[in-house]
Ligand binder design. Structure first.
Ligand code: DLL
Length: 464
């Protein structure tokens, strides 16, 4: 905790609930608490100087200690001493998931295993998991990044934080736990699942902050409503969500039904876990990247060539002081754009637009490119459907067929077949006008789409 942190934290008006929290503090964003003002508000020149110093050291660390990178760099004819400017990062090899899979479990580790104090993994859908390790230094950096982004989202040391991520190999649970505790919050380690008990705990312990995926938060909201719990009078005021995209429609839905401010933070196992970036209350569609710990690039996903600043592309991240398992130029596959102008909250660290799509989640349906986020946008623009949906892609008689299952709200449901069919045709028409390809629509009764306590899986591609 910096000298400025705790005292300034009291300045935020925490009595205000819900999305009004951001609005109530609107005129005074630059007075809101900032965990590490010296770093988070430093000049762009200073940020770049810190990055360069760390990049040089990180490349040396990696080259000397990880055989896989040494071989790659030798093949490319690049030595650590060739890294003299930030732009020189482009001389380095990219890393992708396969590097971590191929070296499972410890092949990319740069420290002896007895220095490693924690292990995490992301399950992935096929093959071996991705395993990452942290030494004491990495744990410190991690919790610092989390403390920062929590405070950015309006969390203060006096908050009571209910953790509804699983405390397993997934980085979400423990990662956020340590950082929030570092900030001074009271942690309530509920873990994921057992939804009715989550609501009971919110009531019993006076929880003020909920940590979850947005999809699980919505489920908690629904179950609470069914139990007759009045979210408007609940102590809960901030949602610290992440781990999956939180489209604007979902965010608004959660904010209005749960009466909280719904914030979104981003990260991935391979470069740290949560903690890479987080939303501040001044700009609700962007997230500040912890730039003193991550060097970002945005590249064309096809060619790997950097795009001009501010343009959409694939985010590539180089963690700058990761000791146990360093990675250079990690291809996240997440699509975003990054801007570097100063934010109204006073922070100078670059901001990335919230991730809605990945370069590898694009579906090709009869030759047309379709992103699940497009389907999501159409569905959330239609009154009468819930945010729960699924996309099923199959091959029928040699042709791709895409089916969108969308769950309707109870008030939309009708016994009249004609009325339901008219509504179904309307949804299909709207989808076709945006996707430019015909899709089958199935209306699912309220509650009919399976709920998850973690990340939602919206797409099932059954094609070979
Ligand atoms: O999901 C880390 C995390 C946990 C971040 C909890 C925030 C909160 P992985 O399981 O490795 O790590 O999944 C990483 O999830 O590449 C994105 O595609 C997606 N993702 C994570 N956070 C967001 C977000 C964690 N806020 C992958 N918005 C990433 C959109 C997100 N996508």
């Amino acid at each position: 905790m910096t000298a400025t942190g705790i005292n300034e934290a009291e300045k935020i008006d925490v009595s205000v609930k819900g999305a009004a929290l951001a609005a109530a503090n609107a005129g005074k964003f630059d007075q809101l608490p900032i965990y590490d003002r010296a770093i988070e508000c430093s000049s762009r020149e200073r940020i770049r100087a810190i990055q360069l110093e760390k990049l040089i050291a990180q490349v040396e660390w990696t080259y000397e200690r990880v055989e896989w990178y040494r071989r790659k760099m030798d093949e490319m004819g690049v030595k650590p001493s060739d890294i003299r400017t930030l732009e020189d990062v482009r001389k380095l090899p990219f890393t992708d998931k396969s590097a971590l899979r191929d070296t499972f479990p410890y092949g990319l580790f740069a420290v002896p295993l007895d220095e490693v104090v924690e292990l995490h993994a992301s399950s992935g859908t096929t093959g071996k998991p991705i395993v990452v390790g942290y030494n004491d230094h990495d744990m410190d950096v991690w919790s610092d990044c989390i403390a920062r982004l929590s405070q950015m989202a309006g969390v203060v040391p006096s908050d009571r934080v209910q953790m509804a991520f699983g405390y397993g190999m997934f980085t979400g649970g423990f990662g956020l736990h340590y950082g929030l505790q570092k900030l001074g919050c009271m942690m309530i380690p509920a873990g994921s699942g057992n939804t009715e008990r989550q609501i009971q705990m919110i009531q019993d312990y006076g929880t003020t902050v909920l940590v979850a995926t947005p999809t699980y938060a919505l489920h908690i909201c629904e179950v609470g409503e069914r139990m007759g719990y009045d979210w408007a009078t609940s102590t809960l005021r901030v949602g610290l969500f992440g781990g999956e995209p939180c489209p604007p429609g979902l965010k608004q839905e959660i904010e209005s039904r749960m009466h909280i401010v719904c914030t979104d933070n981003y990260g991935l196992t391979e470069v740290m876990g949560p903690g890479v970036s987080g939303e501040c209350l001044a700009n609700r569609d962007m997230q500040h990247i912890a730039e003193d710990h991550f060097l970002w690039e945005v590249v064309d996903p096809e060619t790997g060539v950097p795009v001009p600043e501010g343009e959409m592309g694939e985010l590539v991240l180089t963690p700058l002081d990761k000791q146990a398992i360093p990675v250079l130029r990690y291809r996240t596959h997440d699509l975003t754009r990054v801007v570097t102008d100063k934010c109204a909250c006073g922070r100078t660290h670059a901001r990335m637009q919230k991730v809605r799509s990945r370069s590898d989640d694009m579906l090709i349906i009869r030759g047309t490119n379709v992103f699940p986020s497009q389907v999501e946008d159409v569905l959330t623009s239609i009154e009468g459907v819930t945010p729960h949906y699924r996309i099923i892609v199959e091959e029928v008689d040699g042709l791709d067929r895409m089916t969108v299952q969308t769950e309707i709200k109870p008030e939309t449901f009708s016994d009249s077949f004609e009325e339901m069919d008219r509504f179904r045709a309307l949804v299909a028409e709207k989808l076709k006008s945006v996707l430019l390809v015909g899709v089958r629509v199935q209306l699912i009764e309220p509650g009919g789409i399976e709920r998850t306590t973690g990340k939602a899986k919206h797409v099932e591609d059954r094609r070979k």
